[in-house]
Design a protein around this ligand. Structure first.
Ligand SMILES: *Cc1c(COP(=O)(O)O)cnc(C)c1O
Length: 804
């Protein structure tokens, strides 16, 4: 127990000693960064006991374990979360205070682990927190990218990408495990032959071998012993595999694999390096699973009973052929037996229905980079065709083939090789079953299921909004901390005027914290009594930040034209990164910033409207932005946002959803009622209808709708920019490419919905009541609920039994 500190005094004593011994000088002489390093190390050591106990308990009870394979984990900072989950936050905070330090300053020293793009990576991080907190053995498997996505700056109104050097001061949470390294082979030749029993054999001579070295991070559950592992693989050179005269090329190739996160989680291009990354962390992750399974059990026959693998989107789908390769080639399984084991073990989560975002790889690229894996995919495809024909479904073959038109269709491989395929919100799963994956749903009716996404209420409520947490505790007790569905107890109090007032005070406090941040970092003054209207998410045409800024432009132009027209003061917050090569998205960022510039500096208007673009959207920004919101903008084109999770974070902190009937918005409204949200715009059925009739014409709206025309004309007439071609891509996208995402079609409905929001805000009692109802109904969206569903319905995973 030497690593434990059970009292403030012991902590102070040990902390001072560690700091001073580590840096060889008196505590008082050390730097904050040094003190942060030691604090982190002490906490990591503190959890070492639980980490070991968890591993022992799993081994003794032979519990089943889950491995969550994801190319992205958007963890954010971990200091607060770890201290709070361990239940030593106050002890450490007070201890540091006695030493004249502020825990907040220590928190600021940590870089966000930004190992992801957005929602998909953040989902993986929330799942890790819930798994450990529910005492489930569930581990993450990913890549240790040396650089995160990128750091966004706005220079002359435009996005500039800077490297995100999140490791520059090290990573206090990780433990380097070089003795668990393994080799990942790429390219080269495969010599196939039959052995004397007529069984297929091959000798593989790879062109290129990389050493995969794991770094493990403890994932600490809330007030429990369970401590799982997030394993991040780094690529290093293999000393024995350098080819003559190619040393520098080899070093560079190896370094490139783990250099950075691929930008954008939904419009992939077929890049060789990306495919290397995918196989790299799949091959290493599978090797670890096999080795650890064989330490506990005599064979791999029971792999599916002891291991579940969840594929977060198709990025890790090579798990399926890789596991087949290991079973058949390395452990001599017959194909059918191996296939049973693989499909019993693997399950797949779909995250998108947008055709251009479904992953595909050129067959030639796959064949030359991964010759044996490609051969196995061919065999899977061949046998699948036989199965389809056998089921009398030959007529759909062209829709379901894994290999077609020179490409490998990764989603098809994922579905064929899994026992479960899930969507991430009810509507999304419906669209999968009835539209995008219809033929697969007919082939495997029992495989498709829904698991509506969730967020960890610990990070997104308890830790990032202590003011609201305290008010909730005082009102309904603290059972909601471990049972978030108990937030519903708040329903009994939503009409209490005193609670309403206290809640509005809490909201004001959060708005002030955000306002101070905006003042400090951007120099912009915002009125905390204005409506805080927020849209923070990746920049994508389908998410329609354009619709939002068009409304702002409309308000401005109308106020300029009609001096009698004035609005209730509003602050529009935007935060969004665009993929570096996504030109339209970058132009939209520029438009938002130029509109902001113009409006914020117009004394006639800026008492009514402010526009704030907060750079570098990240978990840490989200933690202060979302809980200050009055209005949550969730305005994607219906049918395009699979679920969304930002919507849930706002809801849990009381914001009202201004949204389309898309993704999980549908389930939010189902819970709070239409009267406690503001829903507008075309629904999925409406859009299908319009498409079927081929009746949509953006020019027609432009010519017949004065307000739309006024906004679009302002793009070119010098209102926002002296360069008439500044916003040409936006203009072309709407008018020459017929507005693929129905921005103009939904414009009037959106403007009307915004008027409704404004009117509702001014009835303070009813507004407070609506916000409280949103909080009360948000418990369902805790990722604890989501993870329980996965555990029961997909993984058959049960809590680790700890001996008391
Ligand atoms: C929650 C979150 C997202 C996902 O937001 P959506 O609105 O669901 O797209 C993206 N980035 C960060 C940093 C988040 O915290």
């Amino acid at each position: 127990m030497s690593n434990r500190f059970d009292s403030k005094e012991v902590f102070i004593e040990r902390y001072k000693q560690e700091v001073s011994e580590t840096y060889g000088r008196d505590f008082e002489e050390t730097f904050p960064a040094e003190r942060y390093q030691v604090l982190g190390k002490m906490i990591r050591d503190y959890v070492g006991i639980n980490w070991k106990e968890t591993k022992n308990a799993i081994r003794k009870s032979q519990s089943k374990q889950l491995y969550y394979f994801s190319m992205e984990f958007l963890m954010g900072r971990l200091l607060t979360s770890n201290l709070m989950n361990l239940g030593i936050y106050d002890l450490v905070k007070e201890g540091l205070q006695d030493l004249g330090m502020d825990l907040n300053d220590m928190e600021e020293m940590e870089s966000d682990a930004g190992l992801g793009n957005g929602g998909l990576g953040r989902l993986a991080a929330c799942f890790m927190d819930s798994l450990a907190s529910l005492d489930l053995a569930g581990h993450g498997n990913c890549i240790r990218y040396r650089y995160g996505l990128f750091k966004q700056k706005i220079v002359n109104n435009e996005q500039v990408e800077l490297p995100d050097c999140w490791l520059k001061n090290g990573n206090v949470w990780e433990v380097w495990k070089p003795h668990h390294a393994m080799q990942v082979p790429f390219g080269g030749q495969l010599d196939a032959y039959m052995d004397q029993n007529g069984k297929f054999r091959s000798n593989y001579h790879p062109e290129f071998v990389v050493r995969a070295v794991p770094y493990d991070e403890p994932i600490i559950g809330y007030h429990t012993t369970t401590t799982n592992t997030l394993r991040l693989w780094d690529a290093e050179v293999d000393e024995d595999f350098v080819q003559a005269g190619q040393l520098n090329k080899y070093l560079n190739d190896v370094m490139a694999i783990t250099a950075n996160v691929y930008p954008d989680d939904s419009t992939e291009e077929g890049k060789l390096l990306r495919l290397k990354q995918e196989y790299f962390f799949v091959c290493a992750g599978i090797d670890q699973i096999i080795r650890s399974h064989l330490r506990a059990y005599p064979s791999l026959d029971n792999l599916g009973e002891k291991v579940a693998i969840q594929l977060n989107d198709t990025h890790p789908v090579l798990v399926i052929p890789e596991l087949m390769r290991v079973l058949c080639d390395d452990y001599d399984y017959e194909w059918d037996h191996a296939w049973d084991i693989v499909t019993k073990t693997v399950a797949y989560t779909n995250h998108t229905v947008m055709a251009e975002a479904l992953e595909k790889w050129p067959q030639e690229m796959m064949r030359s980079l991964l010759p044996r894996i490609y051969m196995i995919i061919e065999e899977i495809d061949r046998r699948f065709k036989y199965e389809v024909d056998h089921k009398g479904m030959g007529h759909v073959w062209n829709n379901v083939a894994i290999l077609k038109e020179g490409q490998v269709h990764m989603a098809h491989l994922a579905i064929v090789g899994s026992h479960s395929v899930n969507g991430v919100a009810k509507l999304h799963t419906e669209i999968l079953i009835h539209d995008v994956m219809k033929d697969f749903a007919d082939l495997y009716p029992g495989h498709f299921n829904n698991k509506t996404n969730g967020i960890t209420h610990r990070r997104w409520l308890l830790y990032s909004n202590p003011q609201l947490t305290k008010l909730l505790e005082e009102t309904i007790g603290d059972s909601f901390k471990t049972h978030p569905e108990d937030l519903e107890k708040l329903m009994e109090h939503v009409d209490d005027p005193i609670l309403q007032q206290r809640f509005m005070d809490v909201k004001l406090e959060r708005k002030q914290i955000l306002a101070d941040y905006v003042k400090k970092t951007l120099g912009i003054d915002v009125d905390v009594h204005s409506i805080f209207d927020c849209q923070a998410k990746r920049l994508h045409a389908y998410k329609r930040q354009l619709l939002n800024i068009f409304h702002v432009m409309h308000l401005y132009l109308k106020m300029k034209e009609e001096p009698s027209f004035r609005i209730y003061p509003r602050t529009f917050f935007f935060s969004a990164k665009a993929a570096p090569s996504y030109m339209l998205a970058k132009e939209i960022i520029k438009l938002i910033n130029m509109v902001a510039d113009k409006i914020n500096n117009d004394p006639e208007i800026n008492q009514y409207i402010k526009v704030v673009f907060i750079p570098n959207y990240s978990v840490s920004v989200a933690e202060i932005l979302l809980n200050a919101a009055d209005v949550s903008e969730q305005i994607s084109t219906a049918g395009k946002e699979a679920s969304g999770t930002g919507n849930m974070k706002y809801m849990m902190n009381g914001a009202i959803t201004l949204g389309t009937l898309d993704g999980a918005n549908v389930e939010i409204v189902e819970r709070v009622g239409y009267e406690n949200a503001e829903i507008f715009g075309l629904r999925v059925e409406d859009i299908e209808e319009v498409k079927k009739e081929n009746s949509y014409n953006a020019w027609h709206i432009y010519h017949n709708n004065y307000r739309v025309r006024r906004v679009i004309d302002s793009l070119k007439n010098g209102t926002w920019s002296s360069n008439p071609d500044e916003f040409q891509l936006i203009y072309n996208d709407l008018l020459l490419r017929n507005d693929e995402f129905y921005v103009l079609a939904d414009f009037d409905a959106y403007v009307y919905a915004q008027r409704q929001v404004e009117a509702r805000y001014q009835d303070k009692t009813s507004w407070a009541r609506t916000m409280l109802i949103n909080i009360a109904q948000s418990g369902y969206f805790s990722s604890d609920r989501t993870i329980r569903e996965y555990a029961k319905e997909i993984w058959d995973l049960h809590p680790i039994p700890f001996k008391k």
